[in-house]
Design a protein around this ligand. Structure first.
Ligand SMILES: Nc1nc2c(c(=O)[nH]1)N[C@H]1C(S)=C(S)[C@@H](COP(=O)(O)OP(=O)(O)OC[C@H]3O[C@@H](n4cnc5c(N)ncnc54)[C@H](O)[C@@H]3O)O[C@H]1N2
Ligand code: MOO
Length: 437
């Protein structure tokens, strides 16, 4: 495991009080190691899991040349420009029940979609194009080319070729592809376990009576929601008051039980913020001010705790477990934005997934947007599709980092890059669509 100091020493221009989002991402790439343990799971249980091995096709898909249409199969060399073709039907080929005979010149076979192409035949005329009279079929001039409507053996996947690479996060299409190879089980990385707790004396749990100066905990629901969407196992440690002994206990418990620990609150420099001090005491931590909005303060590092169930006795050093720790800012939108920008990619890396660039939509801004160069801004926005071309985008009103209602209205996050200044109406901007996450 690389220490914060080692990574910082290698990262040019590392300044914890002013880090660009790119530097943060580069730092996290070095800090976070993928899990190595794997397990075999049934294909139906593999959705969202990450492949731990290359999948080499044991078979070709399709396994034989076959018809793409219901129609009549024949030897396409007989087609001539500007001339119709008349053929005699000599049999029927069904999907799953091949036609075994030979089909000569002037002959054809009625064929169903998916049926194996009889030997020597390479072209199918769809039923809609064929004129059938008794056992004769005539094909009008110039409606077909030789080879039309034939699907080739292995045109999807060829036996012996890599069908999917290690690191692929399995979506429905990938599961279907694995199933098309006849595989019922697949080797994936184990799930990662992530513990979460909210911190702060003013934070109430749902169901508690309201009291002066207190607010209900929303971060626990947004963060745990996003963790579940990622397919992590979640250890929910609730709300922890800003008391050193309670915070220490929660951090140690979380570390002993999880691969990664996420907290919210207590990472800026407030007086009652014991969280920072404790994180520092228990681990190798960095406290950053990221040049971004929202989400400026953030803590990251590794902390250690005696492993779950480990007994320390005289002369015996208890084994320790260690976890990646993200101390996210308390403000509800800052939590979500830092999770999306940094925690999510880091956890995907820990899950073993190959890195994928976040694809941004280009949209035209409906109105001017204020923006200072020198920080990356994530503004909640609504993208509207336009029938006549590029989608347009507008921001969702109040962008305060405590305002969750504008996050709910938003369908995207408008990402204004570090160097960018104000946006004029009609300018193109980048949007991260929230549904894609
Ligand atoms: N002097 C400075 N003050 C602040 C700075 C700074 O750089 N210098 N940064 C500001 C920014 S930006 C943010 S973000 C916040 C982050 O502070 P903390 O991480 O220490 O968070 P808290 O102070 O504990 O809480 C901030 C805010 O969020 C509310 N909150 C916290 N947890 C929850 C929760 N689980 N559910 C709902 N709401 C929550 C909390 O009540 C506060 O209102 O610091 C700024 N200050
Ligand atoms: O980082 Mo704070 O983002 O302004 O809420």
């Amino acid at each position: 495991m690389k220490s914060i100091a080692q990574i910082a020493a290698r990262l040019q221009g590392y300044d914890p009080q002013s880090l660009t989002t790119e530097r943060v991402s580069a730092f996290l790439n070095e800090l976070v190691a993928p899990v190595t343990e794997t397990e075999q799971v049934a294909l139906f249980d593999a959705l969202g899991r990450v492949l731990a091995e290359d999948i080499v096709s044991p078979v070709s898909v399709p396994p034989h040349d076959n018809s793409a249409m219901d129609g009549f199969a024949f030897n396409g060399a007989q087609l001539q420009p500007d001339l119709p073709l008349r053929l005699q039907v000599v049999g029927t080929a069904f999907a799953g029940k091949a036609w075994q005979g030979t089909v000569g010149i002037g002959k054809c076979v009625k064929i169903m979609t998916g049926a194996v192409m009889p030997a020597g035949l390479d072209t199918v005329v769809p039923l809609e194009f064929a004129r059938v009279q008794g056992d004769a079929v005539s094909i009008p001039a110039n409606v077909l080319k030789c080879g039309d409507n034939r699907r080739h053996l292995g045109e999807d996947l060829m036996a012996g070729h890599t069908a999917l690479a290690q690191g692929e996060r399995l979506g429905p299409a990938a599961l279907g592809l694995l199933a098309s190879l006849g595989l019922g089980q697949v080797q994936v990385y184990r799930r990662i376990r992530v513990a979460y707790f909210s911190t702060g004396d003013e934070i109430l749990s749902a169901g508690e009576a309201p009291r002066e100066g207190a607010v209900y905990d929303s971060n626990r629901y947004t963060v745990i929601g996003m963790l579940k969407q990622l397919g992590c196992e979640v250890v929910d440690l609730g709300v922890v008051r800003d008391e050193p002994a309670l915070l220490e206990k929660a951090l140690l418990q979380a570390t002993a039980r999880a691969d990664a620990v996420i907290t919210s609150g207590g990472v800026s420099a407030g007086e009652a913020d014991h969280t920072r001090t404790l994180m520092q005491k228990l681990g190798d931590m960095a406290f950053w001010r990221v040049a971004m909005r929202p989400g400026r303060p953030m803590a990251v590092g590794h902390i250690s705790a005696p492993a779950a169930g480990a007994q320390s006795s005289d002369g015996v050093i208890a084994p320790t477990s260690s976890a990646l720790l993200f101390g996210l800012p308390g403000n509800p939108v800052a939590v979500m934005v830092t999770f999306i920008a940094f925690v999510r990619p880091a956890l995907l890396r820990m899950m073993g997934a190959s890195p994928k660039p976040q694809i941004m939509l280009r949209a035209v801004s409906e109105s001017p947007i204020q923006k200072k160069p020198g920080r990356t801004e994530y503004q909640r926005c609504i993208v509207t599709p336009r029938a006549d071309g590029q989608p347009t985008v507008r921001i969702t009103g109040n962008q305060g980092s405590g305002v969750l209602s504008s996050m709910v209205q938003a369908n995207g996050l408008l990402v204004l890059e570090h160097e960018q200044g104000p946006v004029a109406a009609g300018d193109e901007v980048n949007v991260l669509m929230l549904d894609d996450l």
